[in-house]
Design a protein around this ligand. Sequence first.
Ligand code: WQD
Length: 351
Amino acid sequence: MNKILVTGGCGYIGAHTIVDLIENGFNPISIDDNSRSTTALLTGIKEITGVAVKNYKVDLTNFDDTYAVFQENTDIKGIIHFAAYKAVGESVNKPLMYFENNLISLINVLKCAKEFEVPHFIFSSSCTVYGSPDKIPVTEESPIKPAESPYGATKQMGEEIVRDVTKTGGLQSILLRYFNPVGAHPSALIGELPLGKPENLVPAITQTAVGKIKELIVYGDDYDTRDGSCIRDYVHVCDIANAHTLALQHLIENKNVQPCEIYNLGTGNGVSVLEAIHAFEKVSNLKLNYKIGPRRPGDIVAIYANNSLAKEKLHWDPQYSLDQMMGTAWKWQLKLQADAELHNNANFQMN
Ligand code: WQD
């Protein structure tokens, strides 16, 4: 079985990808320092797949520790590199922390990949590299715009680093540009665990619905769109996860034409903030407590993907509808809520 190193395997997209890899016959191992995660999702992975995935609690900015993992696993056939900080707002206030963490860890992983002759590398990129696009939908050929945040800059630089290292030979790579990953595994055994108050729309919606957030603010309804709110391409995390398996198989089967290929991962459907809220209200049968607020600085009016390339070359076929994205996100939120209540009751009984 092909051993695949997943960095950030305890995180949201990493954990869903590990499940998809296992279901497709791969043998994933994880490196995650749990600085922004816990091992909770590994437990969920075990419940779903029956496989106990090994996690190395290693900080990838520490080269020696990272190297030691490769020394222990000289049979790694591919790397999927998720590990990174991802809070856009935080990156504006702590740019050095973002550049240091996201870039040094990537460099260290690539140095090890070269030294241990790992042939395949997949990099977790983002539609944020397109900035505010002149034309939508965006294709992989659309221009890269100046980054809107240090986080976005780390994704742009990360792409450049992977591209340049690939040019030196030995390594074949794929850059996957995610649009807005949302939802959770249909079992509700794994999902997103936002730290603190969520910045992203879907966890903000589900947390409002359970009362963790008092009121959801819609950031602006005076944009030049069909209902005035911003348009995004929400894509289910299990569909994103499966694209990683397909990308890896594409490289393993030598189907790549370029040593470094790029694919957009979005459904191709633009959905407004208000449409997303209404889809949630429909599937949950709840009325969401929301109000229109001011625009959020840095928000792009509208972006969605042209995903023809991923469909044609990787045979990617995203399965989940917007209603299913909202439905699985909601089921996961209810599960978290139930777990929290159980925990509180247990504590109450102990005291
Ligand atoms: C979506 C829409 C908000 C919260 C981020 C990253 C980007 C990329 C995808 C990975 C926007 C609106 C949100 C709220 C709201 N990820 N909103 N009220 O900004 O498209 O992109 O994730 O790299 O790099 O920046 O996602 O979920 O924050 O916002 O009205 O409480 O929902 O204004 O229009 P975004 P988001």
